[in-house]
Design a protein around this ligand. Structure first.
Ligand SMILES: [Ca+2]
Ligand SMILES: [Ca+2]
Length: 324
Protein backbone atom coordinates (compact mmCIF):
# COMPACT_ATOMS: atom_id res chain seq x y z
CA UNK A 1 0.00 0.00 0.00
CA UNK A 2 1.34 3.41 -0.99
CA UNK A 3 2.04 5.95 1.83
CA UNK A 4 -0.15 8.99 2.00
CA UNK A 5 1.43 12.28 0.82
CA UNK A 6 0.88 13.87 4.27
CA UNK A 7 2.97 11.16 5.97
CA UNK A 8 5.76 11.62 3.39
CA UNK A 9 5.84 15.40 3.84
CA UNK A 10 5.82 14.89 7.65
CA UNK A 11 8.89 12.64 7.34
CA UNK A 12 10.61 15.20 5.10
CA UNK A 13 9.91 17.90 7.68
CA UNK A 14 11.42 15.77 10.45
CA UNK A 15 14.54 15.11 8.32
CA UNK A 16 14.82 18.80 7.48
CA UNK A 17 14.50 19.73 11.17
CA UNK A 18 17.13 17.13 12.06
CA UNK A 19 19.44 18.62 9.43
CA UNK A 20 18.87 22.10 10.86
CA UNK A 21 19.61 20.88 14.40
CA UNK A 22 22.73 19.07 13.21
CA UNK A 23 23.94 22.12 11.27
CA UNK A 24 23.26 24.30 14.31
CA UNK A 25 25.17 21.89 16.54
CA UNK A 26 28.08 21.86 14.10
CA UNK A 27 28.12 25.66 13.99
CA UNK A 28 28.12 25.80 17.81
CA UNK A 29 30.89 23.20 17.94
CA UNK A 30 33.00 25.13 15.42
CA UNK A 31 32.36 28.35 17.30
CA UNK A 32 33.42 26.77 20.61
CA UNK A 33 36.50 25.25 18.97
CA UNK A 34 37.45 28.61 17.47
CA UNK A 35 37.00 30.27 20.86
CA UNK A 36 39.22 27.62 22.50
CA UNK A 37 41.87 28.08 19.80
CA UNK A 38 41.63 31.84 20.22
CA UNK A 39 42.10 31.53 23.99
CA UNK A 40 45.08 29.20 23.49
CA UNK A 41 46.61 31.64 21.03
CA UNK A 42 46.03 34.53 23.43
CA UNK A 43 47.68 32.58 26.26
CA UNK A 44 50.58 31.68 23.98
CA UNK A 45 50.88 35.33 22.98
CA UNK A 46 50.90 36.42 26.63
CA UNK A 47 53.69 33.96 27.46
CA UNK A 48 55.67 35.10 24.43
CA UNK A 49 55.34 38.75 25.50
CA UNK A 50 56.55 37.85 29.00
CA UNK A 51 59.41 35.77 27.63
CA UNK A 52 60.55 38.61 25.38
CA UNK A 53 60.21 41.16 28.19
CA UNK A 54 62.33 39.03 30.55
CA UNK A 55 65.00 38.66 27.86
CA UNK A 56 64.85 42.41 27.20
CA UNK A 57 65.31 43.16 30.92
CA UNK A 58 68.32 40.82 31.05
CA UNK A 59 69.84 42.46 27.96
CA UNK A 60 69.34 45.95 29.40
CA UNK A 61 71.08 44.91 32.63
CA UNK A 62 73.98 43.54 30.56
CA UNK A 63 74.26 46.85 28.70
CA UNK A 64 74.77 48.57 32.05
CA UNK A 65 77.39 45.96 32.96
CA UNK A 66 79.23 46.51 29.66
CA UNK A 67 79.13 50.28 30.20
CA UNK A 68 80.97 50.02 33.57
CA UNK A 69 83.67 52.69 33.28
CA UNK A 70 86.13 51.05 35.69
CA UNK A 71 86.92 47.44 34.80
CA UNK A 72 89.73 47.19 37.35
CA UNK A 73 87.42 47.57 40.35
CA UNK A 74 83.97 46.04 40.81
CA UNK A 75 81.94 46.74 43.92
CA UNK A 76 78.32 46.61 45.04
CA UNK A 77 77.61 50.35 44.71
CA UNK A 78 78.33 50.37 40.96
CA UNK A 79 75.43 50.86 38.54
CA UNK A 80 75.45 47.29 37.25
CA UNK A 81 75.04 45.90 40.80
CA UNK A 82 71.81 47.78 41.53
CA UNK A 83 68.53 45.84 41.08
CA UNK A 84 66.35 47.27 38.29
CA UNK A 85 62.56 47.38 38.15
CA UNK A 86 60.84 48.55 34.95
CA UNK A 87 57.17 49.12 34.10
CA UNK A 88 56.71 48.15 30.47
CA UNK A 89 53.85 48.39 27.99
CA UNK A 90 50.72 46.24 28.47
CA UNK A 91 51.15 46.15 32.26
CA UNK A 92 54.27 43.99 32.26
CA UNK A 93 56.70 44.63 35.13
CA UNK A 94 60.28 43.38 34.93
CA UNK A 95 62.98 42.94 37.57
CA UNK A 96 66.63 42.34 36.73
CA UNK A 97 69.67 41.77 38.88
CA UNK A 98 73.34 41.26 38.07
CA UNK A 99 75.70 39.51 40.48
CA UNK A 100 79.42 39.00 39.99
CA UNK A 101 80.73 35.44 40.26
CA UNK A 102 83.54 36.86 42.41
CA UNK A 103 81.22 37.15 45.39
CA UNK A 104 80.71 33.37 45.45
CA UNK A 105 82.96 30.41 45.97
CA UNK A 106 82.64 28.41 42.75
CA UNK A 107 81.93 24.73 43.37
CA UNK A 108 83.82 23.92 40.15
CA UNK A 109 87.06 25.35 41.61
CA UNK A 110 87.59 22.03 43.33
CA UNK A 111 88.47 20.36 40.01
CA UNK A 112 91.61 22.44 39.37
CA UNK A 113 94.63 23.38 41.44
CA UNK A 114 95.61 26.96 42.09
CA UNK A 115 98.59 29.04 43.20
CA UNK A 116 97.33 29.63 46.72
CA UNK A 117 98.91 28.04 49.76
CA UNK A 118 95.48 26.51 50.51
CA UNK A 119 93.71 23.98 48.30
CA UNK A 120 90.23 24.51 46.86
CA UNK A 121 89.18 21.47 48.90
CA UNK A 122 90.26 23.11 52.19
CA UNK A 123 88.50 26.33 51.21
CA UNK A 124 85.25 24.50 50.49
CA UNK A 125 85.49 22.53 53.72
CA UNK A 126 85.95 25.77 55.66
CA UNK A 127 83.06 27.43 53.83
CA UNK A 128 80.78 24.50 54.67
CA UNK A 129 81.88 24.83 58.28
CA UNK A 130 81.11 28.57 58.33
CA UNK A 131 77.70 27.65 56.90
CA UNK A 132 77.10 25.32 59.84
CA UNK A 133 77.96 22.03 58.05
CA UNK A 134 80.72 20.52 60.16
CA UNK A 135 81.02 17.06 58.66
CA UNK A 136 81.55 17.61 54.94
CA UNK A 137 84.82 15.77 54.26
CA UNK A 138 83.11 12.94 52.35
CA UNK A 139 80.88 15.14 50.11
CA UNK A 140 83.80 17.43 49.25
CA UNK A 141 86.05 14.48 48.37
CA UNK A 142 83.21 13.03 46.25
CA UNK A 143 82.78 16.39 44.53
CA UNK A 144 86.49 16.53 43.72
CA UNK A 145 86.31 13.09 42.07
CA UNK A 146 83.07 14.08 40.28
CA UNK A 147 84.62 17.05 38.45
CA UNK A 148 88.33 16.21 38.18
CA UNK A 149 89.44 14.75 34.87
CA UNK A 150 91.10 11.64 36.34
CA UNK A 151 89.43 8.36 37.32
CA UNK A 152 91.41 7.72 40.47
CA UNK A 153 89.64 8.23 43.76
CA UNK A 154 87.12 6.69 46.13
CA UNK A 155 84.10 8.30 44.42
CA UNK A 156 84.73 7.73 40.72
CA UNK A 157 82.60 5.70 38.27
CA UNK A 158 82.63 2.32 40.15
CA UNK A 159 81.10 4.02 43.22
CA UNK A 160 77.98 5.05 41.25
CA UNK A 161 77.42 1.68 39.54
CA UNK A 162 74.99 0.51 42.21
CA UNK A 163 71.28 1.03 42.85
CA UNK A 164 68.42 1.51 40.38
CA UNK A 165 70.04 4.23 38.29
CA UNK A 166 73.77 3.66 37.91
CA UNK A 167 75.65 6.46 36.15
CA UNK A 168 79.15 7.69 35.43
CA UNK A 169 80.37 10.97 36.97
CA UNK A 170 81.12 13.48 34.17
CA UNK A 171 84.78 14.16 35.13
CA UNK A 172 84.33 17.77 33.97
CA UNK A 173 83.01 21.00 35.43
CA UNK A 174 79.31 21.06 36.32
CA UNK A 175 77.04 23.16 34.10
CA UNK A 176 74.12 23.55 36.50
CA UNK A 177 73.36 23.27 40.24
CA UNK A 178 71.23 20.18 39.53
CA UNK A 179 74.42 18.26 38.78
CA UNK A 180 75.70 19.01 42.27
CA UNK A 181 72.82 16.99 43.71
CA UNK A 182 74.09 13.88 41.89
CA UNK A 183 77.32 14.00 43.89
CA UNK A 184 77.47 11.54 46.79
CA UNK A 185 76.52 13.30 50.04
CA UNK A 186 74.90 16.39 48.49
CA UNK A 187 71.25 16.63 49.52
CA UNK A 188 68.71 19.39 48.74
CA UNK A 189 68.45 20.31 52.44
CA UNK A 190 72.06 21.52 52.25
CA UNK A 191 70.75 24.43 50.20
CA UNK A 192 67.71 25.36 52.24
CA UNK A 193 67.88 29.09 53.05
CA UNK A 194 68.73 29.49 56.72
CA UNK A 195 66.60 31.48 59.15
CA UNK A 196 68.15 34.81 60.17
CA UNK A 197 70.87 34.35 62.77
CA UNK A 198 73.12 36.71 64.66
CA UNK A 199 75.67 38.17 62.24
CA UNK A 200 78.41 37.94 64.85
CA UNK A 201 77.98 34.17 64.85
CA UNK A 202 80.96 32.84 62.88
CA UNK A 203 79.00 29.88 61.60
CA UNK A 204 75.96 31.81 60.38
CA UNK A 205 76.83 31.61 56.65
CA UNK A 206 74.30 30.51 54.05
CA UNK A 207 75.46 28.16 51.27
CA UNK A 208 72.77 29.41 48.87
CA UNK A 209 74.22 32.93 48.89
CA UNK A 210 77.89 31.99 49.32
CA UNK A 211 78.34 29.49 46.48
CA UNK A 212 77.56 29.10 42.77
CA UNK A 213 78.09 26.61 39.99
CA UNK A 214 79.81 28.82 37.42
CA UNK A 215 79.55 27.12 34.00
CA UNK A 216 83.00 28.11 32.77
CA UNK A 217 85.86 25.71 32.00
CA UNK A 218 88.80 26.54 34.27
CA UNK A 219 92.56 26.23 34.23
CA UNK A 220 92.82 27.58 37.76
CA UNK A 221 90.20 28.46 40.40
CA UNK A 222 87.91 31.38 39.58
CA UNK A 223 89.10 34.28 41.78
CA UNK A 224 87.00 35.74 44.56
CA UNK A 225 86.44 39.52 44.52
CA UNK A 226 87.57 41.14 47.82
CA UNK A 227 85.15 44.02 47.16
CA UNK A 228 81.99 41.89 46.85
CA UNK A 229 82.52 38.54 48.63
CA UNK A 230 80.75 37.93 51.94
CA UNK A 231 82.57 37.38 55.20
CA UNK A 232 82.11 33.61 55.11
CA UNK A 233 83.60 33.40 51.60
CA UNK A 234 86.66 35.47 52.58
CA UNK A 235 86.96 33.43 55.78
CA UNK A 236 86.85 30.24 53.72
CA UNK A 237 89.84 31.43 51.69
CA UNK A 238 91.91 32.38 54.71
CA UNK A 239 90.80 29.97 57.46
CA UNK A 240 89.53 30.44 60.97
CA UNK A 241 92.71 32.06 62.35
CA UNK A 242 92.37 35.13 60.12
CA UNK A 243 89.02 36.25 61.52
CA UNK A 244 90.35 39.63 62.71
CA UNK A 245 92.12 40.43 59.40
CA UNK A 246 89.00 39.53 57.39
CA UNK A 247 86.85 41.77 59.62
CA UNK A 248 89.32 44.61 59.02
CA UNK A 249 89.14 44.05 55.24
CA UNK A 250 85.33 44.17 55.37
CA UNK A 251 85.41 47.40 57.42
CA UNK A 252 87.93 49.05 55.08
CA UNK A 253 85.95 48.30 51.93
CA UNK A 254 82.89 49.95 53.51
CA UNK A 255 84.87 53.19 53.47
CA UNK A 256 86.30 52.73 49.99
CA UNK A 257 86.48 49.72 47.64
CA UNK A 258 89.96 48.28 47.18
CA UNK A 259 91.61 49.56 44.01
CA UNK A 260 94.40 47.02 44.22
CA UNK A 261 95.47 44.03 46.29
CA UNK A 262 98.66 45.81 47.34
CA UNK A 263 96.61 47.84 49.85
CA UNK A 264 95.45 44.63 51.57
CA UNK A 265 98.70 42.73 51.38
CA UNK A 266 100.71 45.67 52.76
CA UNK A 267 98.37 46.13 55.71
CA UNK A 268 97.88 42.40 56.33
CA UNK A 269 100.96 40.49 55.14
CA UNK A 270 99.63 37.37 56.88
CA UNK A 271 96.78 37.33 54.32
CA UNK A 272 99.07 37.68 51.32
CA UNK A 273 100.33 34.10 51.36
CA UNK A 274 96.80 32.71 51.54
CA UNK A 275 95.06 35.05 49.13
CA UNK A 276 97.75 35.39 46.46
CA UNK A 277 96.29 34.08 43.21
CA UNK A 278 92.81 33.44 44.64
CA UNK A 279 91.42 36.98 44.88
CA UNK A 280 91.07 40.12 42.79
CA UNK A 281 89.48 43.56 43.02
CA UNK A 282 87.31 43.06 39.92
CA UNK A 283 85.23 40.26 38.40
CA UNK A 284 85.14 38.84 34.89
CA UNK A 285 82.16 36.49 35.19
CA UNK A 286 78.64 37.64 36.09
CA UNK A 287 75.16 36.19 36.48
CA UNK A 288 72.06 38.08 35.40
CA UNK A 289 68.60 37.07 36.55
CA UNK A 290 65.53 38.73 35.11
CA UNK A 291 61.80 38.18 35.57
CA UNK A 292 58.79 39.56 33.71
CA UNK A 293 55.34 39.33 35.31
CA UNK A 294 51.73 40.28 34.55
CA UNK A 295 48.44 39.15 36.07
CA UNK A 296 49.88 36.20 37.95
CA UNK A 297 51.95 34.87 35.03
CA UNK A 298 55.73 35.24 34.97
CA UNK A 299 58.72 34.26 32.84
CA UNK A 300 62.34 34.31 33.92
CA UNK A 301 65.82 34.35 32.41
CA UNK A 302 69.06 33.33 34.06
CA UNK A 303 72.30 33.88 32.18
CA UNK A 304 76.00 33.56 32.94
CA UNK A 305 78.25 35.91 31.00
CA UNK A 306 81.93 36.63 30.74
CA UNK A 307 83.11 40.25 30.48
CA UNK A 308 86.40 40.99 28.73
CA UNK A 309 88.66 42.65 31.36
CA UNK A 310 90.08 45.06 28.75
CA UNK A 311 87.25 45.92 26.37
CA UNK A 312 84.21 45.25 28.58
CA UNK A 313 82.67 43.16 25.79
CA UNK A 314 80.15 40.62 27.05
CA UNK A 315 80.08 36.98 25.98
CA UNK A 316 77.12 34.77 26.90
CA UNK A 317 78.21 31.52 28.54
CA UNK A 318 74.76 30.13 29.37
CA UNK A 319 71.20 31.39 28.83
CA UNK A 320 68.30 29.60 30.53
CA UNK A 321 64.64 30.63 30.22
CA UNK A 322 61.81 29.36 32.36
CA UNK A 323 58.23 29.88 33.55
CA UNK A 324 57.82 30.83 37.14
CA1 LIG B 1 83.63 48.31 37.82
CA1 LIG C 1 87.18 12.14 38.37
Amino acid sequence: MARRPAARSGMALILALAAVVLAGGLALYLQARAATLFRAEQTELRWEQLRLSAAEAAREALWVLAADDDLTVDHLAEDWALPRETNRTDGIVTHAMVEDAGRFLNWNNVGVSGRSGRSARDMLLDLLMFCNHFDAAVPVEALEDFVDANETGSYEAPFYQTGDAPFRPPNRIMWAPAELLRVHGFKPDLFQPRPPVRRDDLFSGDLTTATAVVPLPLEEPLPVNVNTASREVLMALTGLEQDAAVRAVLALRQVRPFGSLVEIFTAYPELAAMLEGTVGTASTVFRVRARAAREGLACSVMAWVERDPDSGDIRILQWVEGDS
